[in-house]
Write a protein that binds this ligand. Structure first.
Ligand code: SAM
Length: 177
C-alpha cells in the first residue's frame, strides 16, 4: 500500500513547527511521501538530513495546486481520506481502509475548503473533538498499519537504534544498503 499525505494551507511561520512534525510523523508512521503547499522550504533540508541519518526514502514535495494533485491521484486509483473532526469515526471505518490499495491522506492547518468534504472518499474523525493534524495523522496511520509500521526497516542511512530498556544504543551502519 502506498500512502501519500497532502497538507493543505498553513499559517506561515506560526505553523512551521507543526508542518515539520506532520512530515516527521508521516515518515515515521509508514507513509511514503508528503506533499505540501505554502511551506517554508527549509523543511526539505530537515527531512533530507533525517533520511541521510536514519534511512528510508520518504519524499517531500512542495506543490502549488493541491486540487489538481489529488484529482490526478484519484484518477490513478488512490482513495482520498480527509481527516476532519466532523467525519465518520475511525473505529467504524478502519477495517475498510486496510483493504484499500493506495491512499492519499489530506490534513488541514486552518479551516479547509468545503469542497474537500465532497471530493474525499472518506471523511474520517479521530474522535469528534478538535485536536491536531499531527495526532490525527499518527493515529490514522497506526490504525491502518496496526503497529506494523514500527518493524519496517528504513534502508540506508548512517545510524540505527537498538531499542534498550535504559540509555541509548545507536549503531553505525557499515555500508549503505
Ligand atoms: N477548525 C479547523 C476546521 O474546521 O477545519 C480545524 C483545524 S485543526 C487545528 C487542523 C487539522 O487537524 C484539521 O484540518 C484536521 O485535518 C485535523 N484534525 C483536528 N482534529 C481532528 C479530529 N478530531 N479528527 C480528525 N482530524 C482532525
Amino acid at each position: 500500500m502506498v500512502i501519500d499525505v497532502v497538507r493543505i494551507g498553513q499559517r506561515l511561520v506560526r505553523d512551521d513547527r507543526v508542518t515539520t512534525h506532520v512530515a516527521l510523523v508521516a515518515r515515521a508512521f509508514g507513509a511514503n511521501s508528503i506533499l505540501m503547499t505554502e511551506v517554508n522550504p527549509e523543511i526539505k533540508d530537515t527531512l533530507k538530513k533525517i533520511n541521510d541519518t536514519w534511512g528510508g526514502d520518504f519524499s517531500i514535495k512542495i506543490i502549488n495546486n493541491w486540487k489538481s494533485i489529488i484529482k490526478e491521484k484519484k484518477k490513478n486509483g488512490f482513495k482520498i481520506i480527509h481527516l476532519t473532526m466532523y467525519g465518520e469515526q475511525i473505529n467504524d471505518i478502519q477495517s475498510d481502509l486496510r483493504n484499500e490499495e493506495n491512499l492519499v491522506v489530506v490534513v488541514g492547518a486552518e479551516k479547509v475548503p468545503r469542497e474537500i468534504y465532497e471530493f474525499a472518499d472518506y471523511n474520517i474523525g479521530i474522535g469528534n473533538q478538535p485536536h491536531s493534524e499531527i495526532s490525527a495523522l499518527a493515529i490514522l496511520l497506526d490504525r491502518i498499519h496496526m503497529g506494523n509500521q514500527f518493524t519496517k526497516e528504513f534502508w540506508g542511512g548512517k545510524r540505527k537504534i537498538i531499542p534498550t530498556k535504559k540509555g541509548k544504543t545507536v549503531v553505525m551502519k557499515e555500508t549503505r544498503d
